[in-house]
Design a protein around this ligand. Structure first.
Ligand code: ATP
Ligand code: FE2
Length: 326
């Protein structure tokens, strides 16, 4: 049985996971956060560089194995912020060189989907909603295909941007959720969905206008969640209908929102589909999912021994990935 170490560094999370035989032995991370303001890629990359050795040490300690037992190093190749991806790649290369093992380049979005196997999902449609990404993905005819996606902002960034406008820090999602729970009145906001694609900039402008006019913040947060999440649920339901699949898997940090989970649960119940929600540590960006998909790829013979051939891909598309392991 191979032991795979996985490195995640696409955005604000630097994480290392260790997986053996589909069992997660360790999943350690260190998040970049700010009290106010947003993400500056260079600053986040500095954070990743500063914490990398410490996260590795904790992961090895937690796993109970020795670093020398690692058979290959998987890393998040993309999509993501270039300076952050570069740090992950450099660290992966450093470990692989030291151990004289191969590297496995992993697509971040597909890793979110494949880790869903741990919850029992076999052939799901995935609603992947994080900071930068908002996609409805499913495996069909030899590839992971994007059935729908955001045409502008990822839903997490959309929420974080509004939170920043209001003066809340990063990440804004949990803070907006708290305010939304106190909201009582629904205020109509632009509802933008075409087929399975969604967009959020119209809603963003309207929210700012209403806030500047003195509209109640709690009600605005409540209406933001109701409108944005209904769009996401509608896109997911359409993908289920289109593909004929019977499972919906959730992935990405925005799934931590209990109202979004509740709305997905209702939709799935109504159409007789099964809903799968990984635990929060596996929903948000993490190294375990990279190691998990890394192990699947390694067993299928996908690995790179020539470490100079390894590159990162900030704009890698889900449907560009050749799926040789299925
Ligand atoms: P990516 O996966 O695109 O690289 P990311 O680094 O932003 O992005 P995640 O950790 O998956 O990845 O998600 C972070 C996002 O989740 C942030 O935008 C944050 O505001 C959002 N989020 C976290 N908790 C909640 C919540 N309770 N409600 C809404 N959004 C939330
Ligand atoms: Fe992610």
């Amino acid at each position: 049985m191979p032991t795979i170490l996985g490195i995640e560094s696409t955005a604000h999370t630097f994480g290392i996971g260790i997986v053996k035989n589909k069992k997660i032995l360790a999943n350690i991370k260190d998040n970049f956060t700010t009290e106010s303001g947003g993400l500056i890629p260079i600053k986040v990359a500095e954070h990743h560089r500063a914490v990398a050795e410490g996260v590795l040490k904790s992961a090895i300690k937690k796993s109970g194995i020795k670093l020398e037992e690692v058979d290959a190093v998987a890393f998040s190749q993309g999509p993501g912020l270039a300076p952050c991806l570069l740090e992950g790649k450099k660290f992966a290369k450093k470990i692989a060189e030291k151990l004289r093992v191969a590297i496995i380049p992993v697509n971040h979005c597909i890793a979110h989907l494949e880790i869903g196997q741990i919850t029992g999902a076999e052939n799901p449609v995935m609603l992947y909603v994080s900071g930068a990404n908002t996609q409805v993905i499913a495996y069909a005819s030899g590839k992971y295909r994007v059935f729908g996606e955001t045409l502008d902002l990822g839903v997490g960034n959309f929420i974080d941007t509004f939170a920043r406008y209001v003066g809340l820090g990063f990440p804004g999602g949990p803070k907006i959720q708290k305010l939304a729970e106190k909201g009582k009145k629904y205020i109509e906001l632009p509802y933008s969905i075409k087929g399975m694609d969604v967009s959020f900039t119209g809603m963003q402008s309207k929210l700012r206008q209403l806030l500047d006019k003195g509209e109640n913040l709690n009600n605005l947060c409540f209406s933001l969640q109701e409108t944005a999440f209904t769009m996401l649920v509608e896109a997911s339901e359409r993908a289920l209908a289109h593909t004929g699949k019977k499972e919906l898997l959730l992935g990405g940090g925005v799934v931590c929102n209990s109202r979004l989970q509740e709305m997905c649960k209702i939709m799935c119940k109504e159409r007789g589909a099964k809903l799968f929600v990984p635990e929060p540590a596996l929903l948000q960006d993490n190294g375990a999912m990279i190691a998990y998909l890394g192990e699947i790829m390694f067993k299928a013979g996908i690995k790179e021994k020539n470490l100079n051939k390894i590159d990162f891909k900030p704009r890698q598309r889900t449907d560009d990935v050749e799926v040789k392991w299925k």
